[in-house]
Design a protein around this ligand. Structure first.
Ligand SMILES: O=C(O)C1=C[C@@H](OP(=O)(O)O)[C@@H](O)[C@H](O)C1
Ligand SMILES: C=C(OP(=O)(O)O)C(=O)O
Length: 445
């Protein structure tokens, strides 16, 4: 389904972003493993999270949405999941796949994981390797991709595993497998990644500790055969969704937008730090704690941005925000360079190539390196855009490419046409409604 995103006037007023996708997956999974009823408010009702919910239901958890939007989950206890009747359809969701593979690895059941064309290209070897060491029997398609089958082992074998790639999904898969494994499962993380699993496991009563070793790596230890207590969870707003509105408000002259309910966990907030370094005026208001996570409202003002060299060390804390950062860089003054971003090539699309092609088509000056993009910005002038003259940009079943190029369209002279906006529903079903509200277009729709 194509859509043309035309230049718009300022973004004003206030919006609230939907629940955090990473935290929503974890809230459902841990609730399904607690004994008794958990309640979740603010759950992201995007396709990715709903794929996790459907899979957990298929393995025996009771999961219902109340009319007031609260989700009730009847957990079956650690070790209590049962054999699903059919294949588990993970749709477009890497997080669902990798976390649930971890869960199945230490349960007495066999599950087949399938997904869409994008997910079926993504590497699963990174979870197959440690989960096989724990005793799971995993048969994957050539290249270690979906469809694949996981036969869990009970009792599984605890491992000590140093992450070869900075990946919260791999870390979480091992910890989830460790929940039903006797003994201590240890994950060593040389580069810190998002820590929602650790925080939420502690909240559910698991015995988990995090220390730094002498080399500065995080050492996470989980005592297995855990008993989880049901919780009432409020999911904070997703900084990865807020990112599109923050960048749009920075780029469109005259904007002043209040974005309510933005999760600011330091392992997720890298984009806001980089944007401030580029000269962005982003103020934090009403800093508070929601569900064990720091949250604030962000007041964002149109700002003149200057290109920067982005330190690769910040990458894990903004790994999903690079596509929209590239849009900000395309309108900044001077050059922005990024490096150390090989992981972007194995997301829903190859996000380096996809964004280089899309931004170039919209008139930006971009060159692609092996591990990053180099972008020479317009100095605040709108991108030429490509409405009406040229093929629509290709989003490759990648929601973040679609939303990033929508933002580029707002900040362009002629608009940007995106070939397919359907993937946006995987993480941000209300994106277009909120965009219409922030740009004052509701009545026109
Ligand atoms: O654990 C998570 O919830 C996620 C981890 C990241 O993936 P990697 O673990 O592959 O870096 C991120 O890109 C993804 O959107 C969500
Ligand atoms: C990479 C992403 O998600 P997943 O890995 O869950 O598909 C994302 O949302 O940008």
């Amino acid at each position: 389904m194509p859509r043309r995103f035309l230049p718009q006037g300022p973004l004003r007023g206030a919006i609230a972003v939907p629940g955090d996708k990473s935290i929503s997956h974890r809230a459902l999974i841990l609730s399904a493993l607690a004994i008794g009823e958990s309640r979740i408010t603010g759950l992201l009702e995007g396709e990715d999270v709903l794929a996790s919910a459907a899979a957990l239901r298929a393995m025996g958890a009771g999961i219902e949405r109340g009319n007031d939007g609260t989700w009730r989950v009847h957990g079956v206890g650690v070790g209590g999941l049962g054999q699903p009747a059919g294949a588990l359809d993970m749709g477009n969701s890497g997080t669902s796949t990798r976390l649930l593979m971890g869960l199945v690895a230490s349960h007495r059941l066999t599950a087949t994981f399938v997904g869409d064309a994008s997910l079926s290209r993504r590497p699963m070897g990174r979870v197959i390797e440690p989960l096989s060491r724990m005793g799971a029997d995993i048969t994957a398609s050539p290249g270690g991709t979906l469809p694949l089958m996981v036969r869990g082992l009970v009792p599984a074998v605890p491992i000590e595993y140093t992450l070869p790639v900075a990946s919260a999904q791999v870390k979480s898969a091992i910890l989830l497998a460790g929940l039903n494994t006797p003994g201590i499962t240890t994950v060593i993380e040389p580069v810190p990644t998002r820590d929602h699993s650790e925080r939420m496991l502690a909240g559910f009563g698991a015995q988990i500790s995090v220390e730094q070793d002498s080399a500065g790596a995080r050492v996470i230890r989980l005592i297995g055969e855990a008993e989880l207590r049901p919780q009432a969870i409020t999911v904070p707003g997703d900084p990865s969704s807020a990112a599109f509105f923050v960048v749009a408000a920075l780029l469109v002259p005259g904007s002043e937008l209040l974005v309510h309910n933005v999760g600011l966990n330091p392992t997720r907030a890298g984009l806001f730090a980089v944007l401030r370094e580029m000269g962005a005026r982003i103020e934090e208001e009403n800093l508070r704690d929601v569900g064990g996570e720091p949250v604030a409202d962000l007041r964002v003002f149109h700002s003149a941005l200057t290109g920067v060299d982005v330190d690769p060390a910040v990458a894990p804390a903004m790994i999903d925000e690079f596509p929209v950062l590239f849009v900000a860089a395309a309108l900044a003054r001077g050059r922005t360079t990024t490096s150390g971003l090989e992981e972007l090539r194995v997301k829903e699309s190859d996000r380096l190539t996809a964004m280089a092609e899309a931004l170039t088509a919209a008139g930006a000056r971009v060159s692609e390196t092996q591990d990053g993009l180099v972008i020479d910005g317009t100095g605040g002038a709108p991108l030429p855009g490509l409405a009406g003259n040229g093929a629509p940009v290709t989003t490759h079943l990648d929601h973040r490419i679609a939303m990033s190029m929508a933002v580029a369209g707002l900040a362009s002279a002629d608009g940007v046409e995106v070939d397919d906006i359907r993937p946006i529903a995987t993480s941000f079903p209300d994106f277009e409604t909120l965009l219409a509200s922030a740009t004052g277009q509701e009545s026109a729709r």
